[in-house]
Design a protein around this ligand. Structure first.
Ligand code: FES
Length: 139
């Protein structure tokens, strides 16, 4: 009788472990196969012009990748890919210098995305921006 209870207990434990293992594999697969949310799918991202202070950078996701919006007096509003053209790290905005720094290998870019120094071989990729009625549209 004692062996029977032990077997039953082990069976329940193994069933639980098997269920957890299946869920651990199935959930990421389900998320991978799920449709992309509407905003990413539309190819356009919008912001209110008033939400972006002068000289600040706003990072966002565009087409499944990191992007950044810069607003300054000289250039107006600029949208760029935030992916470094060297090995793909995400650049950081340095407000006090008015330039981007790549934290991986110290690549530096101007606010317009042009290479200042470091290993990046190309400028940051520009994204199409349009502004109408105070709404900034990227894409
Ligand atoms: S990945 Fe940006 S400088 Fe190397």
């Amino acid at each position: 009788m004692e062996n029977r209870d032990r077997r039953k207990f082990l069976g329940v434990c193994l069933g639980g472990i098997a269920s957890a293992s299946i869920a651990a594999v199935a959930y990421p697969l389900f998320r991978y196969l799920s449709p992309i949310p509407e905003q990413e799918n539309s190819g356009k991202v919008t912001f209110q012009e008033s939400d972006i202070p002068e000289g600040e950078a706003k990072f966002f996701q565009y087409a499944g990748s990191a992007a950044v919006l810069i607003k300054n007096k000289e250039q107006g509003v600029i949208a760029l890919s935030a992916v470094c053209t060297h090995l793909g790290c995400i650049v950081q905005w340095q407000k006090e210098r008015g330039e981007f720094l790549c934290p991986c290998h110290a690549g530096r870019y101007t606010a317009q995305g042009l290479v200042i120094s470091g290993p990046p071989p190309k400028p940051l990729q520009p994204l199409h921006v349009s502004i109408a009625n105070g709404t900034i549209t990227i894409g």
